[in-house]
Design a protein around this ligand. Sequence first.
Ligand code: UDP
Ligand code: MG
Length: 341
Amino acid sequence: MSPDRLTVVVAAYNEADNLALLQSRIGAALDRLAREEGIDGQMLYVDDGSTDATWAVMQHLASVDRRIALLRLSRNFGKELALTAGLDRVEEGAALILDADGQDPPELIPLFVAKWREGYDDVHGTRMEREGEGWLKRSTAHAFYRVIGLLSNTPIPADTGDFRLLSPRALAGLRQLRERHRFMKGLFGWVGYNRVSIAYHREPRAAGRSKFNFWRLWNLALEGITSFSTAPLRLATYLGLLTALVAFVYGVAIIVKALFWGDPVAGWPTMMSVILFLGGVQLIALGVIGEYLGRLYDESKQRPLYLVDSWQPARPTRAGMVGESPGEADRVQRLRGSAVD
Ligand code: UDP
Ligand code: MG
């Protein structure tokens, strides 16, 4: 029987300073798994259109370790699509996703694998605390998970990022979801199967800064809500009902007042506030519809999710595992390089 295959998928955007350290940590974890569990581990690095030396660093890493496969996208597509591209290339076995900045410790990979072997399909890391992240990010993240939990029928575990292992069948399930607006946490949740969470300590970023500023996170939150809930569309219905009810009561009050006390013309302030309020409510409702309509428009275009610039598969040795001498790998790399050029 061939050994179980595990591919560690890492999406990286301008992470040149982090990759070497990360690779040595992943490599060590996979060496241990190969020794102790007989698992055939590989890595797949996805360069999400980086503008720094990320691709060069990746190529260097792949030249010294034959277990590394490289995928470069034609431009920056964002983390969700970069991960999708990576997962699409995992042909065999399970996949484990982790961040390139060292925030998801590779030393925990054996724990994830142990759960996989127990029969779980979706093993996800849940952060116990978020170091190096300010209170604003923490509290908004907390609020977001609560809102989406209320609005969506898909189970989306709180404080759970993309650090997770997917069994072959969970991976196959995920591959069938080809929507353009990809809120990965939700897609993982949609797939289902046996899920288990592993609590872990999320380290601060090794080098560089987070690519997710407040605005990007806000957009990600909108993406999550619109992809996994249509509750906001119902907002207009309820707001409308509420306004109609208030208007009815107010109308009765005005009529009664006019009948019994006469009707000296007044009410400019009330009129103004009612007009402005209703105008605001209508614009909000239109905006909500627009959010959904825009996404529908994107889906209807049926564009491919991403384009690949170059793909370099892993070159496992016959034993299927740890690489040979760096000199040999370098030579192979040069040959490969000239074949591509
Ligand atoms: N990332 C990516 N494409 C992007 C932005 C980020 O592949 O357009 C990768 C990034 O290199 C890292 C991971 O996504 O491996 C998480 O990014 P980051 O650390 O900036 O996010 P945070 O940890 O702050 O949520
Ligand atoms: Mg990070």
